[in-house]
Design a protein. Structure first.
Length: 162
């Protein structure tokens, strides 16, 4: 129980520092910050980062990702995981055969951008596609599906069993 409390305290302190940096960079309305005993989670709306059915970063998202890269390089001393998520609507044609593949390529796009444009050691970063399997909202509504199309950056604390 003591270890869990210590882990939670570490994540809370990290979340507070990141929220302060987001506010200083006028990004608070573009990034949701949550935390648990293992990590701090930064959640980005997929529609801001990508066009529908695509995994190429939008040009207008790059300045935000540059700021995120600076924040991560300042506060992320431990493992970082970049996860792509989709809604449950099947893809109709296009470049990616299903939501699993699309979510993987979206996570990889963010990973590659941060690797190439931020001072973060790539050995502490990894990327994964989570497809439609971890929804945070109801996929039966347009609003819910929009929330489920997201990228999450998880910053693990030093005590997590990552």
């Amino acid at each position: 129980q003591n270890l869990e409390n210590e882990k939670l305290k570490l994540s809370e302190e990290l979340a507070e520092r990141i929220e302060e940096s987001l506010a200083e960079n006028f990004l608070s309305d573009q990034v949701d910050v949550t935390f648990d005993a293992n990590c701090v989670v930064l959640t980005f709306n997929g529609a801001f980062l990508f066009d529908s059915g695509k995994a190429d970063l939008k040009t207008e998202a790059l300045p935000m990702l540059n700021k995120i890269g600076k924040i991560l390089s300042k506060y992320a001393d431990d493992n970082i995981e970049i996860e792509g998520h989709t809604d449950s609507v099947p893809l109709n044609g296009g470049r990616y055969e299903n939501n699993d593949v699309l979510s993987s390529y979206r996570a990889l796009a963010v990973f590659d951008y941060l690797k190439d444009n931020a001072s973060i050691d790539p050995s502490i970063m990894k990327h994964s596609g989570r497809g439609e399997y971890e929804p945070i909202a109801d996929n039966s509504t347009p609003e819910g599906r929009a929330k489920n199309r997201r990228v999450e950056i998880k910053i693990y604390n030093a005590l997590s069993a990552y």
